[in-house]
Design a protein around this ligand. Structure first.
Ligand SMILES: C[S@@+](CC[C@H](N)C(=O)[O-])C[C@H]1O[C@@H](n2cnc3c(N)ncnc32)[C@H](O)[C@@H]1O
Length: 304
């Protein structure tokens, strides 16, 4: 489908290859759901990354002539993205979350949670006023949520936990990349099994895709860890365990924030009596609830 020999001689500049990549992405209907929202931007990002150039490379440089070795690397990236359906962040080993760069590979979900909008606003108005001493990012994957929290709450200590030791290897790389070693700790744990502190804030983006959505996901998602996506028939297996146990790990005035995406509907239908606050996100995204320890406590038995 994409043959190196067809392009090495005829195309010469960065701009030429960006246009080619854009056309091929449109022709083959790649799915965009891992960062960029339009194929022109993704084509530009792919080509520049293949050349080790930054996203904001000067326009004038786009007409620079490429070496054969550079063209080959671009075609290799295009082949992986368009034929292999690999999400671009896995090819370039980088994803952005809350304007921060994270190392990623197939050991972790590509960061994309709209929870970033809440972190930027310090979880206002849901989190009670006053100092925040300790935060838990449960189901941390790459560590993006925990690390972003460590930036925003710079006097808080942040624990990050995940059941996957290979995901935590990636989280470790990111903690070092952001020099957060003194402010963060990694816990390998099946949910709260190895957690022993109390937290002012527990934030989680757990697996939450329900069985029907999982069966229909585009090929790009098959490169992500299965453990990071599905969570039973209604997508709520992990979320219900979090809701059943969270009170044991929250301070009395603590807050639990969980992303459940499209499984929001199942949670609302099954537990109409629980006072979840569904968060309105200015920049889009849905399916995130906040609930205080006090509001959750009387209902926790429902989730056992
Ligand atoms: C949807 S991903 C989220 C990753 C990251 N928080 C983010 O927003 O990009 C869910 C993560 O939950 C982890 N996970 C799945 N089951 C778990 C469990 N029982 N205990 C702890 N972590 C779990 C997976 O390994 C995966 O890294």
């Amino acid at each position: 489908m994409i043959k190196q020999q067809d392009y090495l001689g005829t195309l010469s500049s960065i701009r030429d290859f960006t246009r080619l990549c854009y056309s091929k992405m449109m022709q083959h209907k790649v799915y965009l759901g891992h960062g960029q929202v339009n194929p022109a931007d993704e084509a530009r990002q792919l080509v520049l990354a293949a050349l080790y150039l930054p996203w904001d490379t000067d326009e004038a440089m786009l007409d620079a002539k490429l070496l054969d070795v550079e063209k080959k690397r671009i075609v290799e990236f295009m082949t992986r993205r368009i034929e292999g359906r690999e999400p671009l962040p896995y090819i370039i080993n980088e994803a952005w979350f809350m304007q921060l760069p994270f190392y990623v590979d197939t050991r972790v979900l590509v960061p994309r949670s709209p929870v970033s909008q809440l972190i930027e606003n310090q979880f206002s108005p849901f989190l009670r006023p006053g100092p925040v001493e300790r935060i838990l990012d449960l189901c941390t994957g790459s560590g993006c949520i925990g690390i972003a929290c460590a930036y925003v709450f710079d006097s808080a200590f942040v624990d990050i936990a995940d059941i996957s030791s290979s995901a935590l290897e990636v989280a470790h790389i990111n903690i070092e990349k952001h020099e957060m070693q003194d402010q963060m700790a990694i816990i390998e744990s099946d949910l709260f099994a190895n957690v022993s502190h109390k937290y002012d804030l527990i934030i989680s983006n757990p697996p939450y895709v329900d069985r029907s959505d999982l069966a229909q996901m585009p090929a790009e998602y098959q490169h992500e860890p299965a453990l990071a996506l599905g969570s039973g028939a209604d997508g709520l297996d992990i979320c219900k365990q979090i809701l059943a146990q969270a009170n044991d790990y929250l301070t009395d005035d603590g807050l639990l924030v969980v992303e459940v995406g499209n499984s929001e509907i199942h949670l609302m239908q099954q537990y109409p009596q629980v006072p979840f606050t569904w968060v309105d996100l200015a920049e889009g995204g849905n399916g995130i609830f906040a609930i205080s320890a006090q509001d959750l406590k009387p209902h926790r038995a429902l989730f056992k």
